[in-house]
Design a protein around this ligand. Sequence first.
Ligand code: SAM
Length: 266
Amino acid sequence: MDVASLLRCPQCKATELSVQSKQMICAECGYCCPGRMGFYDFMDQAMNKRVASTAEQRFMESELVARVYERVWRPNFVRLMAGKGAEALTGGFAGEFFIHKNSLSMDERDGPWLDLSCGPGMFSRAMASASPGSWVIGLDIARSMVEVAASRGRGYDNLVFIRGDAHELPIDDGCITGVNNSGALHVYDDPEAVFTEILRVLKPDGLFVGSTFAPAKSLFGRLSSQVAGIRRFAPSELRAWLSRVGFADYEEVRLGDAFIFRVRKP
Ligand SMILES: C[S@@+](CC[C@H](N)C(=O)[O-])C[C@H]1O[C@@H](n2cnc3c(N)ncnc32)[C@H](O)[C@@H]1O
């Protein structure tokens, strides 16, 4: 399957995209996106640029943070925000990916998969290895992140990176088996718009697996999220919210002041 058949034009929303000489071209409106540096930048010309609204998102857009994110930024940030009990998240990526992979039922299902807000692509690469023969789309809004993700993802023939906005996914309706969304809910301007988009792009019975921060138990945890401008989600509220949007079968694993959840598109 050609990856272009999973996408929709970021300009006119038609599903008439095809890849020609490394360019993504829309037969409907003539939109043309060069596949530069190993990714497609759908934010460049076609979409209104969303401006980073949190301090954390401004950091995400820095080239330095994108480069040191996986080894330095992420483990320390998660340790600070998730506190005691989050060892599955802070004790190495293998344990964390194991939970996501099983929650997405990657051993039993074929893709395509979407790693939404992929950052430098740590999950995207692991997903591409876990599901050879299925497309994995890594999508993020920060150019610096997608550049690093694309350079680290070179050599995977089932992995493609797109710079795009989670609030307006350039992906066709009902074509994705599972959406992975690790540690990004707290940076979205409008999580409900993102949930609605995830529901739209999933196939019936498709799975949405995410992780985020829960209300902190300690004063230190509460203060650090205030300083970083981090929104925390009460699991019971998130469960009700996702069900209002149209998801079913909410489940969660609590890890300190963070949790991993899974819902299904009916
Ligand atoms: C904390 S990082 C998480 C990265 C990765 N998923 C992980 O678990 O390490 C949050 C990511 O969300 C991205 N992001 C923020 N707003 C976004 C949006 N509107 N659309 C897509 N990605 C967005 C940021 O650029 C950043 O890479």
